[in-house]
Design a protein around this ligand. Structure first.
Ligand code: NAD
Ligand code: ZN
Length: 247
C-alpha cells in the first residue's frame, strides 16, 4: 500500500510548478523534538496553554522563560532529519516553492531551507515587551534570564506566538497567498487543529490544489487529501523524492 501512495505522490509532484509545504511538530519528531499533544503534554505539571500564554508571562516571566530555555536547549542538541532535508532540496526543484511551518525549532533552516514562513515564530528570536525591538538570540544557555532589551532595558520575551495571540500578519498573509496559488500542497506532521494556520489547507484545497498528507496517524484533513502517506515523514518523503528523480 505504501509504495503505491508514494508513486501517486510522485506523479502529482513531478510536473508541478507551484508547490507549497506546510509542516507541524511531526516533521521534527524523528529529530527527537517532542510534539506538544503527545507524551501527556505537561510541563512540570502544567498544560502548555498555562505556560505559552501572555497571562502566564505577565504573572511569572521567569517560569515561562525556563520552559522556553529547556526547549531551546533540547533543540540545540538535535539535528534536522531526512524529512527536513527533502523539503530543503525541493526549494530548488520547483519553479515556485513556499515552506510554511508551525514549528518554532528552526530545524528547517538548519537543513538549508531559505525564506521559511514561521507562522508561530521562533525559539531563536526574542522581542522586547516594551519597545518591541526584535533580535536573534542563538546563545544556549541564555546568558541572562529573562533577557533584557539593549535599546530600552525592558524585559524580552520569546518571539513566539502564544495562545490567544495573533499570528504575525505579514507572515500569515504570505502563507495564505501561497496557499491560493499552489498546485500542490504537501502537509507534513500536523494534526491541523490549530487555526488559523490549519485553514491554509482548506484555502489550498478550495483553490483547486492537490493535497498530499504525510502523517502516521489519521488526521482531521484526511478528507481533503488526494494522497495520504501514512508513516513517518523521515522515511516517506525521501521515498517520494527518489521516485520524482527516477520517474
Ligand atoms: P501536533 O503536536 O498537534 O501534531 C503533530 C502531528 O504530527 C500529529 O498529527 C502526529 O500524528 C504527527 N506525527 C508524529 N510523528 C510524525 C512523523 N514521524 N512524521 C510525520 N508526522 C508525524 O503539532 P502541530 O499540528 O504542529 O501543532 C501544535 C502546535 O505546537 C503548533 O502551534 C507548534 O507551533 C507547536 N509545537 C512546535 C514544536 C516544534 O517547533 N518542533 C514542537 C511541539 C509543538
Ligand atoms: Zn526595548
Amino acid at each position: 500500500m505504501i509504495p503505491e501512495e508514494v508513486q501517486r505522490a510522485a506523479e502529482i509532484l513531478k510536473p508541478a510548478r507551484r508547490v507549497m509545504a506546510f509542516t507541524g511538530a511531526g516533521v521534527s519528531a524523528e529529530s527527537g523534538v517532542p510534539t506538544f499533544r503527545g507524551a501527556g503534554g505537561l510541563w512540570e505539571g502544567r498544560r502548555v496553554e498555562q505556560v505559552a500564554a501572555p497571562e502566564a508571562f505577565r504573572a511569572d516571566p521567569l517560569m515561562v522563560w525556563k520552559f522556553y530555555e529547556e526547549r531551546r536547549q533540547g533543540v540545540a542538541r538535535v539535528r534536522p532529519n531526512p524529512a527536513h532535508a527533502v523539503l530543503a532540496a525541493w526549494q530548488d526543484r520547483f519553479a515556485e516553492w513556499t515552506l510554511a511551518t508551525q514549528n518554532v525549532d528552526g530545524l528547517h533552516q538548519a537543513a538549508g531551507s531559505r525564506d521559511v514562513l514561521e507562522l508561530h515564530g521562533s525559539l531563536w528570536r526574542v522581542r522586547c515587551v516594551s519597545c518591541a525591538t526584535e533580535r536573534e538570540e542563538l546563545v544556549v544557555p541564555l546568558p541572562q534570564m529573562p533577557p533584557r532589551c539593549a535599546v530600552c532595558g525592558a524585559m524580552e520575551r520569546p518571539a513566539v506566538v502564544w495562545f490567544g495571540e495573533f499570528l504575525p500578519p505579514g507572515v500569515m498573509a504570505a502563507a495564505q497567498a501561497a496557499a491560493e496559488r499552489c498546485e500542490v500542497l504537501v502537509v507534513v506532521g500536523t494534526s491541523a487543529v490549530v487555526y488559523p494556520a490549519a485553514g491554509l489547507v482548506s484555502i489550498a484545497a478550495d483553490a483547486g490544489a492537490k493535497v498530499i498528507e504525510v502523517n502516521p496517524a489519521e488526521s482531521a484533513l484526511a478528507a481533503l487529501a488526494a494522497v495520504a502517506l501514512r508513516g513517518p515523514a523521515g522515511e516517506l518523503l525521501p521515498l517520494v523524492d527518489r521516485r520524482i528523480r527516477e520517474a
